[in-house]
Ligand binder design. Structure first.
Ligand code: SF4
Length: 385
């Protein structure tokens, strides 16, 4: 490393690996709850796992905590509160720390958002996906329109105004009109943030084995464009490929991923990244993936499945993979502070992207052009190690 590597902002990711049942398109580390899930034991494991991570981050302020899954809302407010109390006792949480809980309609009792708010949750990400019962059924969701309305009602009464709606497009048999209606309904629900992303078929999923008929690429592109128009007309600004926020409501946690910040990670299969400027290293690690194997850590104290130090090529690739998802683009200073490398190591590849019309320079930043925005994978490929 030739440049000064600095401590980036630090976040904490907490993975909750159970769902009511597995959606056929899902490739996350989530497991259907059979009879019951060992929720109390899992919270105990998360705390013990966190305890072992502490020497990596002594004294560093934590900007955000994110309970992702799986379906974290299958855990009670009391269980979430126990973990948060343990985290507060061990980490330097900033007074304005953003604490997000992912929740799925159909798993929320009437009062539970208020109880989560009392436990310390100040942001919710609701997995709506569509407001159309037929489309929800086609993608194997456990909820329908009625459960969405109930969840939104419960959210509003809890006072958690900072909430996200996850919405998908290009669903099996979906028309352009239906996708537009979904976006309009999401806007009407009054969230601070909307994540709008395309259904894709991932390997090792039920849909990969038995693919549904999806709208073609041109129709999907049209749905995305019309969706973006509706969102922007309603003051949701696109700041990342799939993320739209009202003023000052960008997701701090996800921004830290995209800006190549640091992450403590606890929970089954959770991935972390930690920078140690003193020795010029950036490490990545992953926790044991299967909940049973992970829970065995309570006896063995062994939580990690893998730890590795990133080399210069990997740092360059990961930095651009994340940062070029952002509309604001990148600066040479950010690059050196996050990777410890001089900007020159990336210059010829950046020039290739500029020559292809995928990137442009403006006010000291390099940003994706509208072409680059559409073909962001092509830009990212230029940095493959
Ligand atoms: S609810 Fe989310 S995490 Fe769970 S199976 Fe469905 S898509 Fe995967």
């Amino acid at each position: 490393m030739t440049e000064l590597l600095r401590n980036p902002p630090l976040s904490l990711y907490v993975h909750m690996p159970w769902c009511v049942r597995k959606c056929p398109y899902c490739d996350f580390n989530s497991h259907a709850v059979k009879d019951s899930m060992p929720a109390d034991r899992y919270i105990e494991a998360l705390v013990a796992d966190l305890e072992q991570e502490l020497p990596l981050v002594w004294g560093r302020p934590v900007h955000s905590i994110y309970f992702g899954g799986g379906t974290p809302s299958l855990f009670s407010a009391g269980q979430i509160e126990i973990f948060l109390a343990a985290a507060r006792a061990r980490l330097a949480l900033r007074p304005d720390v953003e604490i997000t809980l992912e929740a799925n309609p159909g798993t929320i009792e009437r009062d539970s958002f208020s109880a989560y708010a009392d436990a310390g949750i100040n942001r919710v990400s609701l997995g709506v996906q569509s407001f159309d019962d037929r489309l929800l059924h086609a993608i194997g969701r456990i909820h329908g329109r009625r459960e969405i309305e109930q969840s939104l009602h419960a959210l509003r009464s809890s006072g958690i105004a900072n909430f996200n709606i996850d919405l998908m497009f290009a669903l099996p048999g979906q028309s352009l009109e239906q996708s537009r209606t979904d976006v309009e309904m999401a806007v009407e629900a009054g969230p601070a943030h909307i994540s709008y992303y395309q259904l894709t078929i991932e390997p090792n999923t039920a849909f990969a084995r038995l693919p549904p008929r999806l709208p073609d690429e041109d129709s999907a592109w049209e749905m995305q464009q019309r969706g973006v128009e509706v969102l922007e007309e309603n003051a949701f600004l696109q700041y990342e490929i799939s993320a739209f926020a009202q003023r000052d409501r960008t997701c701090r946690h996800n921004m830290n991923y995209w800006r190549y910040g640091d992450f403590l990670a606890v929970g089954a299969g959770a991935h972390g990244k930690i920078t140690t400027p003193a020795d010029g290293r950036v490490q990545r690690y992953a926790k044991h993936r299967h909940p049973k194997r992970y829970l065995a850590g309570l006896e063995t104290g062994d939580w990690r499945a893998e730890t590795r130090l990133l080399n210069a090529d990997e740092l360059v690739f990961e930095f651009f993979l994340n940062q070029l998802r952002l509309k604001q683009g990148v600066t040479a200073d950010d690059f050196s502070a996050r990777t410890g490398l001089p900007w020159q190591v990336a210059e010829s590849r950046l020039q290739t992207a500029i020559d292809k019309g995928l990137l442009e320079a403006a006010n000291g930043r390099l940003k994706p052009t509208s072409l680059g925005w559409r073909f962001v994978n092509d830009i990212q490929e230029l940095f493959l190690p």
